[in-house]
Design a binder for this molecule. Structure first.
Ligand code: NI
Length: 182
């Protein structure tokens, strides 16, 4: 097993899935620098540590460790979404109820969050994140997807890559906030 878990801090680690409203959209990878800027700017005001992240064209999966006593992840996501949206041209469809409030229609309003309860759950979430571009069919191997913290993760050895696939494929009923999950 890769040694992901030395980063796990009980009560402080969260898994998130954040989707764009339009599942056909590719804004996140098309404008990855703007997304990075939005996260960096948010982080400077409301700190969070990104343990792992993958950016897909229309959604994000990530694990954050939040500072002790500062677990308001909603304020952070709200800010990231707002900063990113502000810099996008207004071409998206906006639902009337959102439009009347001056909101944009780029992101899904809600996001999926899950407190990571133990070391094993932490490992599963990291595996899931790294394997996700393959699971969605964008690439054949984990290393081919550029927008993943996999590339800076020194916890993983080359020979462990096939084990990640096996472990993720064995997570039959696990839910990670993907569209269409029931
Ligand atoms: Ni996904």
């Amino acid at each position: 097993m890769p040694n992901y878990r030395r980063l796990y801090r009980p009560g402080g680690c969260w898994f998130f899935t954040v989707n764009l409203a339009d599942r056909q959209a590719t804004l996140l990878t098309d404008h990855i620098d703007l997304l990075r800027d939005a996260m960096r700017e948010t982080n400077s005001r409301f700190p969070f540590h990104i343990d792992a992240i993958v950016i897909l064209p229309d959604h994000i999966h990530t694990i954050w460790t939040l500072p002790e006593g500062h677990h308001d992840f909603s304020v952070r996501w709200r800010r990231i979404k707002a900063l990113f949206s502000k810099r996008m041209p207004k071409t998206e469809w906006i639902a009337p109820n959102r439009r009347s409030r001056g909101e944009r229609g780029i992101w899904q309003r809600r996001f999926w969050e899950q407190l990571i309860e133990d070391d094993d759950a932490y490992d599963r979430c990291v595996d899931y994140i790294y394997f996700n571009p393959v699971a969605h069919g964008y690439v054949q191997t984990i290393a081919e997807w550029p927008h993943s913290s996999f590339h800076r993760d020194r916890r993983i050895e080359e020979h462990e890559l096939s084990e990640i696939r096996q472990r993720v494929e064995a997570m039959h009923d696990a839910k990670f906030g993907e569209r269409g999950e029931v």
